[in-house]
Design a protein around this ligand. Structure first.
Ligand code: GTP
Ligand code: MG
Length: 633
């Protein structure tokens, strides 16, 4: 048998409608941890993994973005089409197409199966989510289904242990009979051509006939999803609930993390004290204590906040609420010129703009996709949380509003709202001013059934996030801290100097050189030092401020960084910096992803320029208005 195995093993591709459980199956088979969530359009690129079948065959498994047809309208669907048809350079076509279907939702899935048959590759159908289907009372005549379709049909529960064993056993059988195993056998003909709408309708009729013959739907349909949707999709009640959910989320981000945050801060302070006690006074002590510990510690302290935000996002995703939120926001987003499908990319950008920008691949019209990519970085990503929380807790008094809300939480919500409002405004302007002739595209998004969030899934998501955040702290942020400490410590002050050491440093020289540009927006040279390296990653700004004030404070810098800021900045400056951070084009990786996703420098340059202009303008207006209102000192 091994003599006829293709090099690198058999190639198996997972194809299917969006949200049917392909990635869950991929993870179950390969032990990978790719993102699984309850909304269509989670996977937007192809991923490979390997596994061994029970008979010992090595298989390379390909997870693909979901699609309804191989017609391929959007960039993610193009990936699927090309992989299925073997059009990807250097990659032979799959030896077996494993079509995955949501067993409770087979109509379109069967149409895709019929379309896939024309590709001429060995094909097999897995009725996934069979657990849910059985519970709801669906009955399947698998033999009949298999006979009608002319391919093997198995059932699976991708998210349960043992849920894929029958499938695995069957894969062996199919691979043994596949042409790849008959060395030199003739390749079957590929008769697939992009189907016309009429052809798709004909295929759908055939699929409906097979469905009627082989599947018995429950007499009493599932009513839970319907009952929930009657409230959650209500044009008024639904929007109110959505707003309430978002509000609770931001409040929790702000106030829920305090105790853990204080613990982390105390831990890093103890580390700093330890460094002070054990390393002799001098440059090395300053490097370890002010550069590394103060800098990294100031960023890592925000881990709890970031995890709280992700906890909310992960639970909402798994619940199936995100697609509803997209539906609710469609009218508002549509009037701002955004495609309904832009909602999930934009919401993902609350976590980080990078997956958000990539998720825009599900949008088929190029202009709608570009608009989404341009405004995604305006959404408040989690890297802004440290900057916002630091400044808000230093400058906004901690007092209750209307009894139960905190003023600080309210300001935080306002900052998120500012991000959303500016995204809507920018897209509105882009649509009206630049792309006037563009007709609105109809928005279609399948609403998944509600599912109870899976604790393992949420936990896994949190661990992944925590790891990514700490890795960033250990690499990008660490590297920037070393640079900033160096710039802030050299050259050493001259003999008999009276000012703090940092005032004689390279950092001060650079920061002061930028003052003519930043003085009108209220930033002094300390802030300038934080702004430039902050372009690498937003959190660096917090770390940089921590280091700058720690070095400036010298030995007496025992106070927390927030207190240091409150003493040295006016309220107007603090507000201007917040305004700056709502818009500033930041983190080099986001810009790099924009370049990659749009296929050139042009849109990267456009987004950098427009965000920089907005940031400067917003900071300018904020600073000057605040000063006029008396917040200038
Ligand atoms: N109960 C149950 N839930 C499942 C099963 N398979 C997947 N799910 C859930 O269904 C949702 C969608 O799963 P994914 O694996 O992300 O679906 P996908 O086909 O990769 O989706 P796209 O990447 O968007 O095309 C998730 O919430 C999974 O936890 C199953 O067999 N049983
Ligand atoms: Mg997927």
């Amino acid at each position: 048998m091994s003599a006829v195995e293709p090099a690198g093993g058999f190639r198996l591709a997972l194809v299917g409608n969006p949200n049917c459980g392909k990635t869950a199956l991929f993870n179950a088979l390969t032990g990978s941890r790719q993102k699984v969530a309850n909304y269509p359009g989670v996977t937007v690129e192809r991923k490979t993994g390997t596994f061994q079948t029970p008979a010992g065959r090595a298989v390379r498994l390909l997870d693909l973005p979901g699609t309804y047809s191989l017609r391929a309208r959007s960039p993610d669907e193009v990936v699927t089409r090309d992989a299925v048809l073997g059009r990807i350079a250097g990659e032979p076509p799959p030896d077996l197409l494993l079509c995955v279907a949501d067993a409770t939702n087979l109509r379109i899935a069967l149409r895709l199966v019929l379309e896939l048959k024309r590709v001429g590759r060995p094909l097999m159908l897995a009725l996934n989510m069979i657990d849910i289907a059985r519970r709801r009372g669906f009955a399947f005549d698998l033999d009949r289904l298999s006979a009608e379709l002319g391919i093997p049909v198995v059932t699976s529960t991708a998210v349960r242990r043992g849920g894929v064993e029958a499938l695995l056993a069957r894969v062996d059988g199919v691979l043994a009979a596949s042409p790849a195993a008959e060395a030199g056998g003739p390749a079957p003909a590929n008769t697939w051509a992009p189907p016309s709408s009429a052809e798709l309708r004909a295929t759908q009729r055939e699929a409906d006939r097979i469905l009627a013959a082989a599947v018995e739907a429950p007499g009493r349909p599932d009513t839970l999803t319907g009952r929930l949707d009657a409230v959650l999709l209500h044009p008024v009640a639904g929007l109110v609930i959505l707003l309430a959910v978002l509000f609770v989320m931001f409040q929790a981000v702000f106030s829920g993390a305090r105790p853990v945050m204080d613990l982390i801060t105390a831990g890093f302070e103890a580390l700093g004290a330890l460094a002070e006690a054990h390393i002799p006074d001098g440059l090395l002590q300053s490097f370890v204590k002010d550069g590394v510990i103060a800098g990294i510690g100031s960023v890592v302290a925000f881990l709890p906040q970031i995890l709280i935000l992700f906890f909310f996002i992960l639970v909402l995703e798994d619940l199936g609420y995100l697609a509803r939120a997209a539906f609710l926001m469609d009218r508002i987003m549509g009037s701002a010129g955004l495609h309904g499908r832009a909602f999930i990319p934009l919401l993902s950008s609350f976590a980080c703009a990078i997956p958000g920008i990539m998720a825009a691949r599900v949008i088929d019209s190029r202009r709608d996709r570009l608009t989404t990519i341009l405004v995604a970085p305006l959404m408040t990503c989690s890297a802004r949380i440290p900057v916002y929380v630091l400044i808000v807790s230093a400058f906004v008094p901690d007092r209750p509003v209307l009894g139960l809300l905190s003023l600080q939480g309210l300001v935080m919500f306002g900052l998120y709202a500012a991000g959303i409002a500016s995204a809507l405004t920018v897209s509105f302007v882009a649509k009206r001013v630049f792309w006037r002739d563009h007709p609105a595209e109809p928005f279609m998004l399948e609403l998944p059934d509600y599912k109870l969030p899976r604790p393992q899934n949420v936990l896994l998501g949190l661990v992944t996030r925590a790891r990514m955040f700490l890795e960033r702290a250990g690499t990008t942020i660490f590297a920037m801290m070393v640079l900033i400490w160096f710039l802030a410590s050299f050259p050493r002050p001259p003999e008999g100097a009276t000012e703090p050491d940092i005032n004689y440093s390279l950092a001060a020289i650079i920061g002061r050189a930028l003052e003519p540009i930043t003085a009108p927006i209220g930033f002094d040279w300390h802030i300038n030092i934080a702004l430039v390296p902050g372009l690498a990653a937003r959190e660096v700004a917090v770390a940089a401020l921590a280091t700058v004030y720690a070095i400036e404070g010298g030995k007496e810098a025992t106070e927390q960084i927030g207190q240091a800021l409150a003493q040295s900045w006016s309220l107007a400056t603090a507000l201007a910096l917040l305004a700056w951070y709502v818009f500033a084009p930041q983190c080099a990786s986001t810009l790099a992803v924009i370049r990659r996703e749009t296929g050139g420098w042009r849109w990267m340059a456009v987004s950098f320029a427009y965000m920089m202009a907005l940031a400067y303008a917003a900071a300018f207006v904020t600073y000057n208005v605040a000063r006029m209102l008396g917040a200038g000192s």
